[in-house]
Write a protein that binds this ligand. Structure first.
Ligand SMILES: NC(=O)c1ccc[n+]([C@@H]2O[C@H](COP(=O)([O-])OP(=O)(O)OC[C@H]3O[C@@H](n4cnc5c(N)ncnc54)[C@H](OP(=O)(O)O)[C@@H]3O)[C@@H](O)[C@H]2O)c1
Length: 239
């Protein structure tokens, strides 16, 4: 399915996986709205993608964990680009520590950004998709949304939450021809992984942000009748 002239919103597009997704979509002729916490990454990216691919772009610095900010930002993106065909909920944070040692504020912040943020953005975008009678929503979850591990209680809780929300929403909006998918990558070579100490010394083995972007694109290009609940990517390919 050709994506040219469709419109997309990508959250967390300032760097890492979100930047790769926004770039790949623009290269396919998709007009792209971008949100990130700060404008340092998305502003130059919006300019670059518009020049390079001739698509319309808009970048708005937004904290996705602040509901009113999100509602205003989504309205502004739709003013620039029109109704959104595609939403990629990618923005997220990951810090790790034992449940008992992690400060309460940090635990709450992770869940607020990753889970509530995804909910706020989705809730703001959905009415126009329902009205249009079509749409694709791709939520970037994680293998931590399928399994917990020591030190990941907040991150896993937020990503398990995304999995449950995805599964519920997909059943609510299927009748509107809206597809909702959760992707569950393992470790990807980004700043988030580096800060968490997850990078391996052999970076050849690591998945790259572009690999996740390719999986997003593959999901978006599937025929409407194909419904993908979850698709994962693993870091370590057996050699
Ligand atoms: N890297 C991995 O190993 C891995 C594996 C599985 C899943 N994931 C998931 O993939 C997604 C992207 O991760 P990444 O590794 O690309 O991370 P990253 O390099 O740290 O980039 C995160 C992006 O999210 C934005 N962001 C953070 N908090 C935000 C907030 N409150 N409001 C709006 N935007 C916010 C950042 O904005 P600024 O640019 O302004 O800082 C940045 O653009 C996350 O949901 C993560 O959980 C990552």
């Amino acid at each position: 399915m050709a994506l040219r002239e469709q419109t997309a919103l990508v959250t967390g597009a300032g760097r890492g996986i979100g930047k790769a997704i926004a770039t790949l979509l623009a290269s396919e002729g998709v007009h792209v709205g971008m949100l990130a916490r700060t404008s340092s990454g998305i502003d130059p990216l919006a300019k670059q993608l518009a020049e390079e691919f001739g698509v319309r772009t808009v970048a708005i610095a937004t904290d996705i964990s602040a509901r009113e900010e999100v509602e205003q930002a989504v309205a502004a993106v739709q003013e620039h680009l029109g109704s959104l065909d595609i939403l990629v909920n990618n923005a997220g944070i990951g810090t790790f520590g034992s449940l008992v040692d992690m400060p309460v504020e940090e635990w709450e912040r992770i869940v607020r950004v990753n889970l509530f943020g995804t909910y706020y953005v989705t809730r703001s975008v959905l009415p126009s998709m329902i009205k249009a009678g079509h749409g694709s929503i791709v939520n970037i979850s994680s293998t931590s949304g399928e399994r917990g591990a020591a030190t990941t209680s907040a991150y896993s809780a937020s990503k398990f939450g995304i999995m449950g929300m995805t599964e519920s929403l997909m059943q609510e909006v299927r009748k509107h021809n809206i597809r909702v998918t959760a992707l569950t990558p393992s470790t990807v070579n980004t700043e988030l992984a580096a800060k968490a100490g997850l990078k391996t010394s052999d970076e050849d083995w690591m998945m790259q942000p572009d690999d996740v972007a390719e999986l997003v694109l593959a999901c978006l290009k599937l025929p409407d009748r194909v419904f993908v609940k979850t698709a994962g990517l693993w870091m370590t390919n057996p050699r």
